[in-house]
Design a protein. Sequence first.
Length: 218
Amino acid sequence: MSAYGPVGPTELLVIAKEPVPGRVKTRLCPPFTPAEAAELAAAALADTLETLLTLPARRRVLVLEGRPGPWVPPGVEVVAQSAGGLDERLAAAFGACTGPALLVGMDTPQITAGHLAPALAPDGWAGCGAWFGPAEDGGFWALGLAEPDPALLRGVPMSTPRTGAVQRRRLVEAGLTVRDLPVLLDVDTAADADRVAADAPDGRFAAALAGLTAAGVR
């Protein structure tokens, strides 16, 4: 084990935005203000990074749009997102990897080691070309590639109800053996936030939401 968590063969990536009011979680407004939505986004990102620090990895990398702050924990590297649409930014993140890589977003603070355990098991990449974590809204919350190839993501339509289906089909059509992770809910709306907080009541996200609720936001 390293000073910052267990070592494994996989690079763990989190793609995220700096939690700045008006730039993150805008679909939470209303009932939340931009500042409150940013507070929830910061809590979600903190939960996600904390979980990744417990998982076996070769590197743990925050692929960030914006500027890093003191909220980035030790043991997490920060690299800037590339320009372009989300497909291009995801492609570039994988393109910078040199071995098996698993990427998650900042919208699923309820993730646990158990959710990612199949992909990070000692035999997680044996006979497997890709791991795919579908989201309830039709997107995906996790994507792992044994041999990261940016071409597998470029051109996939993002943020649509068919994004996940198109991305998974792209992997299969490339001849990869695809294994699935559990279906999870992204936090996009206030109703989503309530469900996710209920699923992970001990996390920072749930505490932030409870604080805002107690303050009479809703």
